[in-house]
Design a protein around this ligand. Structure first.
Ligand SMILES: C[S@@+](CC[C@H](N)C(=O)[O-])C[C@H]1O[C@@H](n2cnc3c(N)ncnc32)[C@H](O)[C@@H]1O
Length: 237
């Protein structure tokens, strides 16, 4: 059973509030909205709580990508897989011949593998530990003609919570330019999960002249949680 595995160092399954560090208690109290199977033994590192895509949002994104993906694309690459929130939803959608999940932090990758097992989709996902930019260029380059890239990068840098408009040029450690340049060298079909206040003008800069892009907001309880920009001919609506 997945939940009987012993958690590696830095990885936790918190059972009660007393065990939870103060800065993630708020997230832990919403654990079943983040992972509906949390109580079956979901693993997270303390940092991963801040970045995980809540399951209802991840399911909706997976549905949109499955329905709106350009034809001929059968591989989904989750470049920043984290603890598996999105990768699990992509695998559950049943749309993809294969889901590839890349994560550079080994402890976080172990969470993703373990969590995928809890959801019964670990066999549909190939996990890679390492830097997504290098892995796309080296290990996965043959898959480029069949692939879509999804990326939920870290939203570090000034202003994600406080600024009215989030500056994607100063997003850390990867700016929108860096992400677009790296990913579009691999596939023109790119979906990025970004702060809800992302600067739409900056997003528009990368729309190819004859192509449309779609910005979709994902809401929970009447508030936008985040947005996805779909570049490269997705039919998302
Ligand atoms: C916002 S989190 C992703 C959360 C994920 N969507 C989920 O639902 O669990 C971003 C992740 O990207 C990872 N990361 C950062 N730079 C990376 C890189 N160059 N290659 C692969 N992973 C990277 C971080 O370690 C972090 O776990």
């Amino acid at each position: 059973m997945a939940d009987e595995e012993e958690a590696p160092p830095d990885v936790h399954h918190y059972n009660s509030l007393e065990e939870v560090p103060w800065d993630i208690q708020n997230y832990w109290s919403q654990r079943e909205r983040i992972f509906s199977k949390y109580d079956e033994g979901i693993w997270l590192t303390d940092d991963a709580w801040f970045g995980v895509t809540p399951e209802p949002v991840a399911n909706k994104i997976a549905e949109h990508i499955a329905e709106g993906a350009p034809t001929g694309r059968s591989i989904l690459i989750d470049a920043f897989a984290g603890a598996g929130g999105n990768a699990i939803a992509f695998a559950k959608s049943g749309k993809w011949k294969r889901v590839y999940a890349i994560e550079k932090n080994p402890a976080v990758l172990q969470c993703a593998r373990h969590n995928a097992k809890i959801y019964g989709v670990d066999k549909q996902i190939t996990f890679f530990e390492g830097d997504c930019f290098g892995i796309l260029k080296n290990q996965l380059k043959e898959l480029a003609p069949y692939s879509i890239i999804f990326g939920s990068p870290p939203w570090g840098g000034p202003g994600y919570r406080s600024d009215e408009v989030f500056n994607l040029h100063t997003m850390e450690p990867y700016s929108l330019e860096t992400l677009y340049k790296e990913f579009s060298a691999f596939s023109e079909h790119i979906a990025l999960y970004l702060p809800r206040t992302s600067d739409v003008k900056q997003l528009a800069k990368f729309v190819e002249a004859d192509r449309k892009a779609t910005v979709m907001h994902y809401c929970m309880e009447g508030h936008s949680k985040a947005l996805c920009i779909y570049y490269g001919g997705f039919n998302v609506h």
